[in-house]
Design a protein around this ligand. Structure first.
Ligand code: SF4
Length: 886
């Protein structure tokens, strides 16, 4: 099936059976559609109609240019057409050498505007000789333009617009052959340069005529949609209803914001047409609709992988994220055969390594992964042997060899999309090669940066089968004809849009030469023509517009004031399948009976758990089930410098060193201030020696800064400890084994003290968090069960339990005891009424035991409900993808 495009009968009447004529279309989309429609019509009629030559304007200009070059037409000989990417980089290099400008704006953001301005001057025949320089940007542009022209002349380059002028000269000189007649189909906005081209052709004996009938529409309606974002789903449901009732219909969906809204549009159409697309085993790109805009090539994983490899081959230490991405890179040799080993190493380096790792460091850790370590060696050799500077074309060659040596694009067979992307990658390297004349010699980093930029600016559109439903931008749809057309976003802020003149050209010049987007009047005039095209674009046309976006009220464009308004229900019935309904009907449902799965004796024997298990069960039964029975582990995000956990561990190490060294309050008192500071300095040194054994990236500056921070906290902490009644530290970082209702746990306690006068024992848990509350020790689901667990299951029994809070600006003890005399901050439990604790210490301990036993029994019985204890519990849990909690 193909779209009929224009009224073919009328087209054939106008163009006739003239194979020697040429039909020129404004773009390739219309050209392709027209060719297919004519061939299908001829086949259907079994006619021997031979269609005229049909070409898009850009293709025809390329052909004319090639002819001029081949024939050595005067003025053309030896000149080369500069590519878009060459032109962009030429502008960038000119702009970046302007000291006034480069400090303010990125050259890459200005090169597009400069290139557009240069092109419009030629297209609109703008005479700059009389122009008044009314703004500084224009003044800068004029000097850049001079240098741009000099560079073009020096390299014998011409831009596309310059080539058109040379072609016009060649036509006037009768230096190239022209067709017998030219028909222009569906041209809207013909700039003066193209008018000159068509006049030159006419004068040279080749008449140029416009064709294309805009027949009036039979039914146009406008439909308000409550939320602007709801239009795409409405359009998708409408298209589905149309195609179900008329399978031969052609349907156009116009989304003026398609460039920025592509993902939302795609999601809405997938939800309605292919709800099962989200199921994991479904092939990609099976949509029954075509979407016209592509995505940047750089966003495809296979291309990202290639650029990551080339970046790593630069030999610089890479971030832990990049090393992790390299291990997960499925486009490297061995990604399937070493999948498990690479995943384990990935988990290890992201949780153990600091912010950066060298190629050599990664290779050392990957010793047991022969393929991976082998390719790291190759990358290291690349880094060592590559020249410092060379031309982009040489870098392109080098990059190709580098990727081949590491087996990119990998060992599995590529799917169709990846296959197409590899083809474009080769074209990208060719593009890089064309930059020799623009950048000259450059470093590897610059060459990789150029490649990344080219990939970011190369659109990728997977080739798919033709479809009756076409989703298009406004300009692409303007010349096409459908049976049904839905034009979305017909709001007054889009039709017409606010003017957007070129930022570098004088406004007066843009207005006087009628350049695009230069004024509100021009935008209105253009949108009027566009709206007329839409209205004539199908037998049934729906214009939709949103009434609200966020808190903003919206209204329809005044261009469709006269179009009758109907409700959404009038164009698509509300009982059309919702995405959820479609999804449910797309898959066979299996019913599972919910039942608890108790922990077996064998499972219990192999289980390793500490207070974390009870904490998880208290936080959310499913979390405990997933972590301790399914073995779901979080892969921590690497952080720059020290993580919160690192800082906590350092303080634990330092305090263990201190109390193992001095053991008692009296020894602390005897040290005096100088002695305490020396002890703290030694403790910090010990802690960093411990951390440095596992971390390569902890350098002296970081150690000095962190030591300063830790010292401040530890001084405050020891000052606070001095004020306590005399005590003895019985144990630091000690472990006991406990059995809670049949659940064996290994419990590590930070510290146990004994008050010298009373013999009372105190269990303490160091915390570096700023927000702590003993209120988290009450209730049947103890949100913070560690300290209650230490207290309730201490083999010798304790009389008090406390947090030792070691946060910057908040250093204190916080807890409860039987009589409150252990330290400031540890109050008698009877006075902790607001915390909902019991007034008697022994009662409280036994209450904790009951709660802990209930949690352990729930875990053992297999209770695994998705039931977070507080509204923010899920914020710190990594299992949302498993439990499906939104
Ligand atoms: S994300 Fe929330 S609901 Fe899901 S397991 Fe974690 S805590 Fe439970």
């Amino acid at each position: 099936m193909s779209l009929t495009l224009v009224n073919l009968d009328s087209f054939l009447t106008e163009v006739g059976d003239t194979p020697e004529a040429l039909v020129i279309t404004p773009n390739q989309r219309i050209q392709r559609r027209l060719v297919v429609s004519l061939v299908e019509k001829a086949l259907a009629n079994k006619s021997s109609y031979s269609p005229p030559n049909i070409t898009a304007l850009s293709q025809w200009i390329d052909q004319c240019w090639d002819t001029c070059v081949l024939r050595g037409v005067p003025g053309v000989g030896g000149k080369k057409l500069i590519s878009g990417i060459q032109e962009d980089f030429l502008w960038q290099s000119i702009i970046s050498s302007d000291p006034d400008y480069v400090s303010l704006v990125l050259p890459s953001s200005l090169s597009v505007a400069a290139s557009e301005a240069y092109s419009r001057i030629l297209l609109y025949r703008a005479d700059l000789s009389q122009a008044t320089v009314e703004k500084i940007e224009f003044e800068h542009f004029l000097s850049w333009r001079e240098r741009f022209i000099e560079a073009l002349q020096a390299n014998n380059w011409v831009t596309r617009e310059m080539a058109v002028d040379l072609i016009i000269d060649a036509i006037r000189d009768q230096a190239i052959a022209l067709p017998a007649e030219v028909f222009l189909l569906e041209f809207d906005d013909v700039p003066p340069q193209y008018s000159d081209l068509f006049i030159a052709m006419t004068n040279a004996g080749c008449p140029v005529r416009e064709v294309g009938e805009h027949k009036p529409v039979s039914l146009a309606r406008r439909v308000p949609i409550a939320e602007r974002s709801g239009q795409y789903e409405a359009a998708a449901r409408w298209a589905r209803a149309v195609i179900e009732s008329d399978p031969d219909a052609t349907i156009g969906i116009v989304c003026p914001e398609l460039g920025t809204q592509r993902d939302q549009v795609l999601r809405a159409f997938n939800d309605v047409f292919e709800p099962s697309a989200i199921l994991p085993n479904n092939a990609r790109y099976t949509q029954p609709f075509n979407i016209s805009t592509g995505i940047p090539l750089a966003t495809l994983p296979i291309i990202t992988a290639a650029i990551d490899i080339l970046t790593a081959a630069g030999g610089r230490p890479m971030s832990t994220q990049d090393a992790s991405a390299m291990l997960r890179n499925t486009f490297l040799n061995g990604s399937i055969s070493e999948f498990d080993g690479r995943a384990v190493l990935d988990a290890r380096i992201t949780s153990q390594i600091g912010s950066e790792i060298s190629l050599g460091g990664l290779a050392r850790r990957a010793r047991n992964l022969s393929v991976f370590s082998g390719l790291l060696d190759k990358l290291a050799a690349e880094a060592a042997n590559a020249p410092r500077d060379q031309r982009p074309s040489q870098w392109a060659q080098h990059f190709h060899q580098c990727l081949t040596s590491v087996g990119w694009p990998g060992e599995r067979s590529l799917d169709s999309v990846e296959y197409q992307a590899v083809g474009l990658w080769v074209a990208m390297l060719e593009n890089l090669s064309t930059l020799d004349g623009v950048t000259g010699h450059c470093s590897r980093d610059v060459a990789v940066g150029l490649l990344r930029k080219i990939a970011g600016e190369t659109p990728f559109q997977a080739e798919t089968q033709d479809s009756p439903i076409q989703i298009l931008g406004a300009l692409e749809a303007a010349g096409l004809r459908f049976d049904y057309l839905w034009v979305a976003d017909f709001n007054d802020d889009i039709f017409p849009p606010a003017p957007k003149p070129n930022a570098l050209l004088s406004i007066a010049i843009q207005k006087s030469f009628g350049m695009p987007h230069c004024s509100a009047d021009r935008e209105l005039e253009y949108c009027l023509r566009l709206a007329e095209r839409f209205v004539a674009g199908a037998d049934h046309v729906v214009f939709s517009y949103g009434l609200q976006e966020d808190d903003r009220d919206l209204r329809h464009s005044r261009l469709i004031d006269e179009v009758p308004e109907v409700s959404l229900d009038d164009v698509v019935s509300s009982d059309s399948s919702t995405p959820e309904h479609s999804l449910l009907s797309a898959v066979g449902l299996v019913e599972y009976e919910e039942c608890d799965m108790p922990v077996s004796h064998e499972e219990l024997l192999g289980m390793r758990g500490g207070t974390g298990l009870i904490k998880s069960q208290a936080a959310c039964p499913f979390q405990a089930f997933a972590k301790y029975r399914l073995g779901a582990r979080e892969i921590e995000d690497p952080v720059l410098g020290l993580s919160h956990k690192d800082r906590g561990n350092l303080l634990h190490q330092a305090l263990e060193f201190i109390w193992t060294s001095i053991k008692t309050h009296s020894a602390l008192t005897a040290l005096g201030q100088g002695g305490r500071h020396t002890l703290i300095a030694d403790a910090c040194e010990h802690a960093f020696a411990w951390l440095g054994a596992a971390r390569e990236d902890v350098g002296p500056r970081l150690v000095a800064l962190e030591t300063q921070r830790m010292t401040k906290i530890l001084i405050e902490w020891l000052d606070m400890e001095l004020s306590r009644p005399a005590f003895e530290v019985m144990a630091t970082e000690s472990t006991v084994e406990v059995d809670i209702a049949g659940l064996p746990l290994k419990v590590g306690r930070d510290r146990i003290d004994r008050v010298c006068d009373t013999g009372q024992r105190l269990v303490m848990d160091y915390k570096t968090s700023r927000s702590l509350s003993i209120g988290s020790w009450s209730g049947p689901r103890l949100p913070e069960p560690q300290v209650p667990l230490y207290a309730a299951y201490d083999p010798e029994g304790v009389s008090g339990a406390a947090f030792g809070q070691l946060a910057a600006g908040r250093v204190r003890m916080l807890g409860v005891s039987d009589d409150g005399g252990m330290a400031e901050g540890i109050i008698a439990v009877e006075k902790a009424k607001s915390s909902k604790l019991m007034p008697d210490w022994q009662d409280q301990v036994s209450d904790w035991r009951d709660s802990l036993e209930a949690l352990a029994a729930d875990f053992l019985s297999g209770k695994a409900d998705v039931d977070p204890v507080a509204y923010d519990t899920c914020d710190t849990c990594h299992l949302a993808s498993l439990c499906r909690k939104r």
